[in-house]
Design a binder for this molecule. Structure first.
Ligand SMILES: O=C(O)c1ccccc1N[C@@H]1O[C@H](COP(=O)(O)O)[C@@H](O)[C@H]1O
Length: 206
């Protein structure tokens, strides 16, 4: 069984189809306006409508209002919510949808306590901590901070590229990798060649 892959920050249909046709298990749409990967509801609907069954359409939020999440859920085909800010557990679970929670990783991060707060999440997404930047940093963190066995599925993120994807799998054995900047040609624009190479590196580790 291979490591799952989510390709995040898609802003164009052709990039989303490239991700799907290269074997990605999930795509991510960023509903966070300051991001260069932000998509509005109209664009998100267009992209999501092209995604076939069994590929998970993920909606990424950073400290959204309840109303913003509800609006996206009512207008776009969304299979999974991703909360990438300081949202508490009660906020994340109020929508009655599957969700993953991003954790900004520091050496002292208490993953056991976080897993208890988000006991009903579908996975913890471990990302690089950078003050003032909620995500999409393009930087890795020290993977040795991640326990080898853990109660929740681990989704590894932060600075992943075609060059380090294989090493990440061998070091961390995560449930999934989540990549954004590492498969881009420029911010918000994906590179077909990098997506394809990233997926090949993952598939070589089956
Ligand atoms: O991609 C963004 O712009 C973004 C903005 C705000 C929060 C999260 C964001 N992206 C997520 O960050 C991680 C790591 O990204 P990268 O591979 O280091 O570029 C990933 O989960 C993205 O989905």
């Amino acid at each position: 069984m291979r490591t799952r892959v989510k390709i995040c920050g898609l802003t164009r249909i052709e990039d989303a189809l490239q991700a799907v046709n290269s074997g990605a298990d999930a795509i991510g749409l960023v509903f966070y306006e300051p991001s260069p990967r932000y998509v509005d509801i109209a664009k998100a609907r267009e992209i999501a409508a092209q995604i076939p069954a069994f590929v998970t359409v993920t909606a990424l939020f950073v400290n959204p209002s309840k109303e913003q999440v509800e609006q996206v859920l009512s207008e776009v085909r969304i299979d999974l919510l991703q909360f990438h800010g300081q949202e508490p557990g009660e906020f994340c679970r109020q929508f009655g949808r599957n969700y993953i929670k991003a954790v900004p990783m520091r050496e002292e991060t208490d993953l056991v306590q976080i897993a208890a707060e988000f006991h009903d999440c579908s996975g913890l997404l471990l990302d690089t901590y950078k003050p003032g930047v909620p995500g999409g940093t393009g930087e890795t963190f020290n993977w040795q901070w991640i326990p080898q066995t853990f109660a929740k599925p681990i989704i590894l993120a932060g600075g992943l590229t075609p060059e380090n994807a294989g090493q990440a799998i061998e070091a961390v054995h995560p449930w999934a990798l989540d990549v954004s900047g590492g498969v881009e040609a420029s911010k918000g624009i994906k590179s077909a060649e990098k997506i394809s190479r990233f997926m090949q590196e993952v598939m070589r580790r089956v």
